[in-house]
Design a protein around this ligand. Sequence first.
Ligand SMILES: Cc1cc2nc3c(=O)[nH]c(=O)nc-3n(C[C@H](O)[C@H](O)[C@H](O)COP(=O)(O)OP(=O)(O)OC[C@H]3O[C@@H](n4cnc5c(N)ncnc54)[C@H](O)[C@@H]3O)c2cc1C
Length: 852
Amino acid sequence: MGTQTCVTNSIILRSSPLGRIWRAFSPPTSINFRYEVIRTDPACPHLQHLLPPPPLPPLGTPTMKLRSQFAFFAIFLPLTTLFNFAVPGITNFSVTQTVHAEEIFIEAESFEDRGGWKLDTQFIEQMGSPYLIAHGLGQPVVDAQTSFQSTENGQYRVWARTIDWVARWGATPSPGKFNIEIDGKPLDATFGTQSKDWAWQDGGIIDLEPGQHRIALKDLTGFDGRCDCLYLTTNIRATPPAVDDVLSPWRRSQLGLPETPVEKGPYDLVVVGGGYSGMGAALSAARMGCKVALIQDRGVLGGNGSSEVRVWAMGNIRRGKFPRIGEIIEEFCDHAKKSPGTYEEFGDDTKELIVLAEKNIDLMLNHFAYAVDATDVVTHPNPAIDQVAKPTRHVNGVRLLNTMTGEDLKVVGDLFVDATGHGWIGAWAGADLDITDKGRMGMSNMWAWDEAEQTQSFPETPWALDLNMADFPYPRDHHGQWFWESGFDKDPLGGAEAIRDWNLRAVYGAFNAMKNRDGSEDHKNAMLTWVAYIGGPRESNRLMGDVVLNQDDVIAKRDFPDGCVPSTWSIDLHYPKEQYAQKFADNPFISHAVHDRRVDRMYGYPVPYRCFYSRNVDNLFMAGRCISVTHEALGTVRVMKTCGMMGEVVGKAASICEKHDCQPRDVYEAHLDELLDLLRLPGKARRVTVDSEITIPEDAMKEAGPLGPMPGIDPAKLPGTVLDDHRAQLQGKWNKQTGLAGYVGYLYRYASPNKLATATFETQLPNAQKYCLMIYNRPHPNRGNTVPVTVKVGGSTLAKLKINQRDEGADGPINAGTFELPSDQPITVVISTESAGGNVHLDAISWEPVND
Ligand SMILES: Cc1cc2nc3c(=O)[nH]c(=O)nc-3n(C[C@H](O)[C@H](O)[C@H](O)COP(=O)(O)OP(=O)(O)OC[C@H]3O[C@@H](n4cnc5c(N)ncnc54)[C@H](O)[C@@H]3O)c2cc1C
């Protein structure tokens, strides 16, 4: 019996010289084969994994064929060639024939019909690939299916790359079980049961005839079974290699991908990440004449503000130093009534249509950026950091994996925006970055439940977190909100899948308590309606710019010449909630928020432009939660509308870079006035190229003032002499509020009846005549029904009244009485909390002339 030489077509296809060939040998007298790899190219360690373990069974088939779905080659190597590549110690062989094996490689994401399985692209960086997940909330999902061709008659071993997703915690039994069916026949193996890491699971041997076949993933549980890819081979002794790297050489060879990626571009600006920040950057730059690529790894835009994650967008826009910033965000932001809201409220389609309407944007959904091509360059020194020139980095291109087809792309451009949230582009390019080691804010998977007409069952979840009703906050109003959060001390990048999975175990464990444990009596009809399988991250890499904004800057209102984006959210940081942290002290899953409310919510704190570009990657901008701030300052800037406004500024700055052929730092150093001028333009302003005239379309928004668009009724549109609450002299504690709709102006106030507080309105009226005193009020059960109101003329009391703020004022202001008043003396109205009978509401008053 002779030596077998096996050559994979795909390896040959992309290899020259022969150093990447692998071969099999056997002793001439033995019926057993011994396989060895001969490898001269250390870049191909993956080939070693193709080695089947000795011994092989007696030779029944003299020839094995190795093939991929895409091509098939057989190579015969002369003995002399083999010697050239032989490894030491292998001397006993001779070449007698060529051996081939048929290989069929199928990416799960490329299935013709995914059935109820969902595409998960969140963890490509950690486990190497997009995968399908059977996220059925406890109900097995519809099969995913596809067809494939085989050319060889005979035995094939079937492999599936999968994971037992609770095994990392030693939990049992495996929740994510599935079968594989080929031509209607299930394999014996149950998948998703063996490994705590992503690994190949052996599905056994089947017989296949040449021709077309159908393969299906059959979910058995509805609890998040996972399949990355399938591999069928006639080389039944071969174990496929580990493929944890993105587009690993083996996977690449199986897919028949060329060595070099398809190049796209060049673009003026390449934006990676299609959340609020990326969308803001892309739209703003495109309207200012830049040619833009917008790259997003999932199928929808919006990031955490999409229907997949369902976080409602917060942060006040259109205010502060540059009230035009935020007009672009206004076009696409959600108006959800709660968080998580409904699918429809997040308007994925609207977001996409707004982007597609821009001819200057190439939208690349379902493309995951997995690497950058970056080089060292020497630029001029930055006196803020260095006295001498230091090498900085320059991004030339971003490498992309098409998450549907596996295609490898490279997008090249002049300027790049890292809007990935995680700061991936910066990290890969060698940008200076920071990450809070422990005690970060975590990741959430929000959820929703409802009550059906009939009793609903829910499977027991022994593999989930072991929870009873007291172990978690009751999911009031049928939703599991933002505080279902974990991963505070875990690795938010390398450990992201484990954090997401811990969240899933918490949600299922809680719902199990509601359905099958001490909550069961009260939740007979309860059913899970939605659990986000896409995690909502909050904090990971922050890329360092020329300014690293900190908490003191924000609180002290430190004025930067390039301050622009108004940050209006409080400094809102999250910590594990003690009450629920006992049972799983190592990994709490419920948080609470601590707010530093000293941030000006109306005008906002103007975040400087210098936080939006990297200090050592010369052509890299960033927008969103990976900007240049400390952990504490992230607490205020991280809300989505604020992130989106950063994108708007970055897009305009990019157009200046293109116009003057300069880099982001130069915009601050040499063209700041030009940037500030662009920031004064309406969001809908546009120019064809960066050198063209700017035009302002008719549907441009009306500019809001420094306090933003007035959310309430405009006092100028009300009859009489109107005095809004900001015109009152306040004594005691009055809280600002906007929660009760229909108020006048920017807000209303209220004061508690337990503390004496007064509000005094004083004015002089235009004419001496009769006036009605109208008091604007939003009634509420906690308001007083005997609120004292005093009317004075020239300091003398004219009337003492009581008004009912609990029940009156819903359909118009309360008419408090008619008075004959002079025009030459001050008229005063005092509203007080004394014996008010409840909270006192303070919105506006007006003196309406009465014409008899
Ligand atoms: C549960 C929860 C509640 C929150 N509550 C609020 C709230 O009430 N209001 C509020 O405004 N904010 C809230 N936040 C914070 C807010 O959601 C984030 O800070 C914000 O989304 C950050 O915006 P971003 O654009 O930087 O990132 P993201 O919204 O995360 O967007 C980044 C996008 O980039 C994509 N991406 C990442 N890596 C790659 C890659 N390599 N290639 C291609 N694409 C990539 C991602 O898929 C994503 O779509 C909350 C966050 C969470 C998790």
